[in-house]
Design a protein around this ligand. Structure first.
Ligand code: GEK
Length: 241
């Protein structure tokens, strides 16, 4: 059981959000109470991994945090000779992820790396997961990252991209953002916690429209794109090479 997220219950000045020890300690609780559909998305990453992981290939979990998507893949991959490479540039996350992954036994090997996903090599990939990670990558570097992923993928390979999304229609953008805040309230966050977290995350998490994501993915060369899950301003997309 993860510790409860009480980070924004105090009255300290709000500083920019970072993935440090304090966040890593409560991350499972934070993401489950903050992202509508998170549990469903994690479970379906396993279902997609069972279908898309190819024999003797690599599955990547980019921005793995505590390894929830990695575990879901590891538990569902049936293809032989597959390994998972899970990467995060937060040492606090990778250290705790090691403890989570280390306890399970599986024929699918997992290797954890503390590195910037913009710097790592991607190759022989049949599945690449960016589960709520691209939103933290500077806007100007996103196209280059998606193109690098495409280049490192095998034909028929799949990219799973989950993101907080932004709507061009101002009314809808307000509505979904408001419903998201209601979701957080229903999960026990106070209005003060919600607005303090929103201030901390501003300019750190930069959401884009589904249209932008699709255009970037298709420009990289992927042959198919679909949104397979959406709840309010959170969506998960798939693209096939
Ligand atoms: C999950 N996927 O539970 N390089 C490596 N890691 C990065 C980078 C980068 N450039 N930028 C951000 N991160 C997870 C949840 S959380 C989503 C992902 C959230 C890492 C960052 O350290 C953090 O652990 C993760 O991406 C984003 O399925 O907090 O909303």
């Amino acid at each position: 059981m993860s510790a409860k997220d009480t980070i924004y219950q105090n009255n300290d000045p709000v500083t920019a959000f970072v993935f440090d020890d304090k966040v890593a300690d409560v991350f499972a609780d934070m993401i489950n109470r903050s992202v509508p559909g998170y549990g469903t998305i994690i479970a379906m990453i396993g279902t997609l991994a069972e279908r898309y992981a190819q024999p003797d290939s690599v599955c990547y979990d980019l921005g793995c945090s505590l390894g929830a998507a990695t575990l879901s893949m590891q538990q569902n991959i049936k293809a032989t000779g597959c390994k998972i490479i899970a990467i995060d540039n937060s040492l606090a996350m990778i250290t705790r992820c090691q403890q989570v992954i280390g306890t399970g036994s599986s024929q699918v090997d997992v290797s954890l790396r503390c590195a910037d996903i913009l710097e790592v090599d991607i190759s022989n990939a049949s599945l690449v997961v960016l589960n709520f990670t691209l939103q933290f990558v500077p806007l100007v570097q996103r196209a280059q990252l998606i193109s690098k992923i495409y280049a490192g993928m095998k034909p028929g390979g799949m990219l799973i991209l989950s993101e907080k999304i932004y709507f061009e229609d101002a009314k809808l953008n307000f509505l979904f953002s408001d419903l998201h805040h209601r979701f957080k309230e229903q999960n026990g966050y106070t209005q003060t916690e919600i607005s303090r977290k929103r201030a901390a995350i501003e300019n750190v998490l930069v959401p884009e429209t589904l249209r932008n994501h699709e255009a970037r993915i298709m420009a990289a060369g992927f042959s198919s794109f679909a949104v397979w899950f959406q709840c309010f301003n959170f969506a998960s997309m798939v693209a096939v090479k």
